[in-house]
Design a protein around this ligand. Structure first.
Ligand SMILES: [Zn+2]
Ligand SMILES: [Zn+2]
Length: 135
């Protein structure tokens, strides 16, 4: 048995996996998440501090949900997220679509990078001035 103290309420609980939070706190957090989601849907222009205030959630928690892409922002939302790569404004997650695509492409390229072609002679060998003198 892996007993841990809940990070939220400090109660000892039987830890299984995921964040070290007891079942009660996890359920409370899930309920909070639904509340925040609902609030954002009804108050499209609310900013993160406003949502935090209204739903009694920490701003860090809201940001975490946004970065996990659990929360999606509506068009014209008061909450602004920025792509961590290029700084474009985004609706959820950490990167804009463009950067996500770029990163996916880079990943693909590194996986499917073509093997060096063997029959093509290297430049140094093809045009070696010393060889020419000797010949
Ligand atoms: Zn707890
Ligand atoms: Zn970007």
């Amino acid at each position: 048995m892996n007993a841990r103290n809940c990070r939220k309420c400090g109660k000892l609980f039987n830890y299984v996996s995921g964040p070290p939070i007891c079942m009660a706190c996890r359920e409370a957090l899930e309920a909070k998440f639904q509340e925040v989601k609902e609030y954002i849907r009804n108050n499209v222009h609310a900013t993160i501090p406003e949502v935090a205030e209204a739903c009694d959630v920490s701003q860090t928690q809201i940001q975490a949900w946004l970065q996990d892409e659990r929360l999606q922002l509506a068009e014209g939302s008061g909450i602004t997220l920025f792509c961590e790569k290029c700084g474009a404004s985004i609706n959820s997650g950490r990167f804009c679509e463009k950067c996500k695509n770029n990163m996916a492409n880079q990943l693909n390229e590194s996986i499917h990078r073509p093997q060096p072609v063997k029959h093509e002679p290297k430049k140094e060998q093809r045009d070696n001035p010393k060889m020419r003198f000797l010949g």
